[in-house]
Design a binder for this molecule. Structure first.
Ligand code: SAH
Length: 224
């Protein structure tokens, strides 16, 4: 402990996001109050954990800004008991938020391509006892994770030129997928629902900027 009142800062940030009209959903508010973001950032960034900004987590990657986590989670609208797939584990923070919502009857599978971040996320999630509800996988998440498919909800937390076909296949009928779709520099949040006849419905939400999804169905190169 370094004497900082993280809990107070967390409550203040969340109050601000509610006041600004960003945070609206009760289960997301509850989850964001429960998960300590300071536990998911490198030690030298702990003091900034409750600034509403992305922070570096090493390997050219970032933990998303709290407002973006709020917007993405609300767009995904996970329910208790859901099976959720996250592509792009990073720090594990978003996976912890999803785990809070799906509860003990649900489960979160999350895939990360950078081995060191898989270990970083596992240790963060383990310290806070989330590994009962979260499985962290090392691999190319643009291929999804077929052993646990199909999923009720899928969230991609890296920029992708198109929603990878395997992920659409691994989504349940009636399921929902959220992803930042666009080029390397600017994307738009896309919300996909798979309808009863298997038809894919797309809604376009806010513009956003994410680090790239690098893989078979993502961007083909990595500048880092
Ligand atoms: N959700 C994270 C932040 C994601 S940053 C959090 O809460 O901290 C995006 C992450 O996607 C990075 O860690 C990056 O390494 C990872 N990534 C990029 N391409 C990937 C791929 N094909 N499969 C899995 N992870 C990938």
């Amino acid at each position: 402990m370094n004497g900082e009142d993280f809990e107070k800062k967390r409550r203040e940030l969340i109050k601000r996001l509610i006041r600004e009209g960003i945070l609206r959903d009760k289960k997301v508010i509850k989850a964001m109050l429960a998960v300590p973001r300071e536990e998911f950032v490198p030690a030298n960034y702990r003091s900034f954990a409750y600034n509403d900004t992305p922070l570096p987590i090493g390997y050219g990657q970032t933990i998303s800004a709290p407002h973006m986590v709020a917007i993405m989670t609300q767009a995904l609208n996970p329910d208790p008991g859901d099976k959720v797939l996250e592509v792009g584990t990073g720090s594990g923070y978003q996976a912890a938020i999803l785990a809070e919502i799906v509860g003990d009857s649900g489960h979160v599978w999350t895939i990360e391509r950078v081995k060191e971040l898989v270990e970083f996320a596992r240790s963060n999630l383990g310290r806070l006892s989330y590994l009962r509800r979260v499985t962290v996988i090392h691999g190319d998440g643009s291929l999804g994770y077929s052993p646990a498919a199909p999923y009720d909800k899928i969230m991609i937390t890296a920029a992708t030129p198109e929603v990878p076909e395997p992920l659409l296949e691994q989504l349940k009928v009636g399921g929902r997928l959220v992803a930042p779709v666009g080029d390397r520099y600017l994307q738009r949040l896309v919300i996909i629902t798979k309808e009863s006849d298997g038809k894919i419905r797309r809604e376009y939400s806010i513009p956003c900027v994410f680090v790239p999804l690098v893989g078979r169905y993502g961007f083909k190169y990595d500048e880092f």
